[in-house]
Structures are given as C-alpha cells and as structure tokens.
Design a binder for this molecule. Structure first.
Ligand code: GCB
Length: 606
C-alpha cells in the first residue's frame, strides 16, 4: 500500500510541479517605501513534531506534504490535516508565548494564510517579503514552492509574480527552529529561541525594473567647512543602463538627475550641500530629512539623517567631535512576559527606558533587531551597535556556516545602511580564539568593510586575565576592528572585591568599548550587598565596576548587560531565575532596580 502511494506520488509530483522554485532575490531596500498588501494578522497553524507534513515514512520529502493544502474531494479520501480547522496565531508572533504548550517547543510548525487578490497586471511584479522567520523556512504559494531561507533575524523576499492568481491565494510556510551545531547561532545561546514568523509579512508591488538598493551618506571629508558632500548611490535589480534616477531632498533644495550605467548602478555620486544649510543628525538633534528617490515613474520616500562617524587614536568622533557612548545592551524581547518584540510600540517602550537611563547609545544584542527598533532609536536620538549572531562556538571550519553568517551580515547591512544612528556593525560575540575563527571573522570583517565603508566595525571580545590582577586584551582580530570592545564580568563570575585591584592592558591605539558587564538581581529582593540576587548586590557591583572601568585609558563607551531581564532556557534557578536571565537594570515589567540609578548617575557625569 505504502509502495503504491509512493509511486503514485512520484507520478503526481511530476504532473504537479510542487518543487519548482520561483526566484529568491536580494532583499529590497526600504520595503515600506513600496505599495504593499500586509499579510499580518491571523494565520492557521499546525504543529508538526515529526515533520510528517514534509517527509514520508522513509524520511524522503513527500509530494503529498501539507503545502498542498489538500481537501478531500471524495467521501473516501484520506487527508489527515486541515489548515482551516486548525487554530490561528497572530502574525507577526512567536509560538512560544502564543500557546503555553509550545513554550519550550523547538521544531516544525506550519502556517497558512489565504487572501484575495487581483494581481497587478504584467509586467508589474509581486515580491513576498518576510521581516524575519526563526529559523529555517520553506514557502509555498498556491502549492508551488516559492523559496527557502535560513537565518532567524534578517529579511528576505521572493519573486512570486508567476505563482499568484486572481481571487483566493494561499501562502504556506513551514518554519523549523531546531538548533544545530553548524547554524548561526549555534546550538547554545543565552536567549529564548522564539520560533515562528516573528516579523511582518507583505506582498510588495514593484515594477519589473526597481530600485533594489540605494544609499545616502555624508562624506567624511569636508572642504574647509564651507560645503559638505552627500554620497548617493543606487542599484537596480537589473543591469540596465539609461534609467533615470532622481534624488530629491526638498528641505535642502536638492534635486539631482542621474542615469544608471550598464550595471544598472549609479555609483557614489558626490553632491555638494552648503554647510550652513545642512543640520547634522546627533543624539541632541536627531534631524531626519524627507528624501525621495525616484526611478522612472516610481517614487520611494524615506527619512534620512546625515552625520559622520570615525575614530582618531582612542577617540570616537561623531560629526568630528569626541563622544562618550553612554549605552546599554538590549535583547529584542517584549516587556511583560517576553516574546519576540516586533512593533514600533515595543521598540518605544524599551528605548524610552534606555533614554531614562541617560543613554545616547544602545547595543542591539545579539542579532539584528526588528527594523522599527532601529528606526525608532533613530528618531529618539539613540546611536546603535548592530550585531549578527556569530556567538560563542561557531562551526568555524564549515563553509556553509560561513556562507550563512556572511548572508546574515549582508542582509543586516543592506536593511539598515541608511540609518544615521547605526554607527557600529558588530561581527561576533565572545568567540574562542583559533586560527579558523580568525579566518572566518577576518573574512566577515572584510565583507562588512566592502559593503559599508562609512561605519565602524567591532566585535565583543574577551579579556584574558594574567597574573597580579592584570586583564590583558590579546586578540588577533584587533587588526580588523576600528573599536576594540570586550565583555567582562568582574563582580559576577569573579569576586567583586577584585575590582579595585584590576589593571588593564589594551595594547592597541583604538577606542575601547566595554560591551558587557553586570550581574543578576531580582527586583524587590533586598539584603546585604554580598547577598547574591539582591538589588544591593547588583548596585554594589555597578559601583565597583564603574570605578574600575573609568580608569581604562581610551574608554569611549559602555553597554552594560542588560536593560531588561530576559527569558533564557539556561537560567533555571527556581524562585529567582525561573528561566529569566536576571541581569536587567529593570525587571521584565520595567520596574527599576537600584543599579539603574547608579548607572544613570554615572552617565550624568559623562
Ligand atoms: C555574556 C553573553 C551574554 C550573556 C551574559 C550572561 O557574556 O555575551 O549573551 O547573557 O554573558 O548573562 O552571562
């Protein structure tokens, strides 16, 4: 019986080309600038513990999979699933906080969304865009395979124009968040592995030739201060010469008409602007200009700020002036019970706590956060460190792992390279030293540099302690980074009484950021300062760390660990952690712990 079913499956599989793949395209710049249909809202879902919706009983992909969205045609038909009778989940969302039974679930869940559409007439095209899906997903449109994506925190889009039809259309997504040693991140990491379609989904309408990417930056070089130069470049999805690309910045009375070359590109056009006309973006004045980029008859609107960022010896210079980065690390997690943060409102809540702390800088750890997080931070005057999840033990020798990391880095940079507030691309966190790791990270650093030479590159390193309370930074990656950053946990993973005795050896003439320090406390739990988990313990730890770190030559900023308590499966201590990492300066509900005020006071002096 099974044999016959398999045989007929192969025949039917040939008749119905369910495995045909439409195009996976480079991610589109400023997706919100395009007309689109939101596919957010309720999606039906099926939890598929053994992936029977994808594999047959010999573990071969089956053409009878759930992507067919099949319905019985005759009374005797056997179909053992039904999306329309299955529960719904709000998308964007994560299944862990949607259903208690899925709290710890790591595996496959299928999602289905049906919607009515009159597809745009040819030659217009439709891209199916996902802000992020954690971790691996396969997508079908009306039963036809549209694409496959790996990586949980970056956007991707497929050309689905040929798969859509008049009337009802159905998108089916198989999401799998199982952890693997060769993934990025790898099997172990200290945050919740929220699974699902965690960011916006939309169907974007584009012309056959569209602006795949554009970039506006302020040139670092100024001509005696009288003028400033805006560098503009653009790239079409097709290598076609002769398309007109126009840049308008009405407030600057700027209008530039340019033409694409044979590669479909407008390359680094330098446009002079009178200095006294241009207000620079800064934390004190987060000025954004309304910008329009027009290709032929399509106009894309954006809001863009202009600033320069560079280093001089041990200083970080924003708009040519030294700046101390008063930062805090943040996970992309909703306040009040957790779940993956995915709205502008979530972003504003988290970022307003950072503002109350006196911050001008946030480290968006340990992976690209949702786009609204970066955009809201930009409006609020918060500089950003943005990171990819090359975290702890990565499979350094695996070429697919490298390719995955490279793609995540590329998509992070493409998505956010027009945000004035993003000043640092971070390529890794706490990675163990080895020749293979240096090779892997070295190539990533070069990739970041090639894609965006206008920002700083860093990574969270570790210090190696030597005898006599000397902390030494000795990392071969030094030559690739503009800013040396490292995490240290004196007072938590090491005795707090060591802090006053510590000295630092950082033998590089580069600015230093302490990318993490901190310790855990349960909000409302009080006691003596040597009692673990009390607010007083954390408060004392902050006082000692601040005194210690202030002595570091070239200290240009800190991003203590962390703004808010966050969920982590590694944090199992009952009644204290209960699956939360408690190092937040505020509780999950936003209640401020004593250490919050210690850091705020220090930042007031900076
Ligand atoms: C670290 C990691 C961070 C952890 C933190 C901790 O060094 O970078 O992801 O959550 O320590 O709490 O131990």
């Amino acid at each position: 019986m099974k044999f016959i079913q398999t045989l007929s499956a192969i025949v039917l599989g040939m008749l119905f080309p369910t495995m045909a793949t439409a195009g996976t395209l480079p991610v589109i710049q400023n997706v919100d600038g395009y007309e689109s249909l939101s596919l957010n809202g309720p999606w039906n879902y099926i939890v598929d513990v053994q992936e029977e919706g994808y594999y047959d009983y010999r573990m071969n992909p089956t053409p009878w999979g759930f992507f067919r969205n099949a319905k019985p045609q005759k009374p005797e038909d056997l179909i053992e699933y039904d999306f329309d009778l299955s529960p719904t989940m709000q998308i964007p969302g994560d299944w862990n906080t949607h259903d208690e039974r899925l709290f710890f679930y790591e595996g496959t869940v299928w999602f289905k969304k049906s919607f009515n559409l009159s597809p745009a007439p040819s030659p217009l095209k439709h891209l199916l865009y996902f802000g992020a899906v954690n971790y691996e997903c396969r997508v079908w449109v009306n039963g036809q395979q549209a694409g496959h994506h790996v990586g949980g925190f970056t956007p991707f889009n497929f050309d689905v124009s040929d798969l859509l039809k008049e009337g009802e259309n159905t998108v089916i997504v198989k999401v799998d968040n199982k952890r693997h040693a060769e993934d990025v991140p790898t099997q172990i990491f200290d945050w919740w592995n929220y699974g699902g379609i965690t960011r916006d989904v939309k169907l974007v309408k584009v012309t056959p030739v569209y602006l795949e990417d554009y970039s506006l930056t302020l040139s670092r070089k100024e001509d005696g201060g009288r003028t400033k130069e805006i560098c503009f470049s653009a790239k079409l999805n097709k290598a076609e010469a002769g398309h007109e690309v126009t840049l308008f910045i009405p407030e600057l009375r700027l209008e530039e008409h340019l033409t694409t070359d044979a590669n479909g590109e407008v390359k680094s056009e330098r446009i002079k602007v009178k200095s006294n006309r241009l207000q620079l973006w800064s934390p004190e004045n987060p000025k954004l200009y309304q910008v329009q980029v027009c290709l032929d008859s399509t106009t894309i609107a954006d809001q863009i700020g202009f600033r320069t960022i560079e280093t001089r010896d041990k200083q970080i210079l924003l708009n040519g002036q030294p700046i101390f980065l008063k930062g805090i690390s943040i996970h992309n997690e909703k306040p009040n019970g957790g779940g993956r943060a995915n709205s502008a409102e979530d972003a504003r809540t988290l970022l307003s706590w950072a503002k109350e702390l006196g911050c001008n800088f946030v480290r968006l750890a340990h992976y690209p956060h949702h786009e609204e997080m970066v955009r809201e931070a930009e409006k609020m005057g918060l500089l950003v460190w943005s990171e990819i999840p090359v975290y702890w033990t990565i499979a350094w020798k695996n070429s697919k792992t490298y390719e995955n990391a490279r793609q995540q880095l590329t998509d992070m940079i493409i998505r956010d390279h027009n945000r004035a507030n993003v000043i640092i691309w971070s390529i890794a966190n706490e990675t163990p030293h080895s020749a293979e790791r240096d090779d892997f990270l070295g190539r990533l650093a070069q990739q970041a540099r090639t894609l965006d030479n206008s920002r700083l590159i860093s990574m969270a390193m570790e210090v190696t302690s030597a005898a006599n309370y000397v902390n030494r930074l000795n990392d071969n990656m030094n030559k690739y980074v503009d800013v040396v950053s490292f995490n240290q946990y004196i007072g938590w993973y090491r005795d707090v009484n060591d802090a006053p005795k510590m000295t630092w050896e950082i033998p590089y003439n580069k600015p230093v950021i302490i990318s993490e320090f901190g310790g855990g406390a349960k909000y409302g739990y009080h006691g003596p300062k040597n009692q673990r988990w009390t607010e007083e313990f954390q408060e004392n730890l902050y006082r000692e760390n601040i005194a210690m770190l202030d002595k570091i030559d070239g200290l240009s900023g800190t991003t203590p660990w962390i703004l808010k308590d966050f969920r982590s499966p590694r944090r199992v201590l009952p009644h204290v952690q209960d699956f939360y990492n408690m190092k937040g300066l505020v509780s999950d509900k936003g209640e401020k712990k004593k250490a919050f005020f210690v850091l705020r006071q220090w930042y007031d002096t900076k």
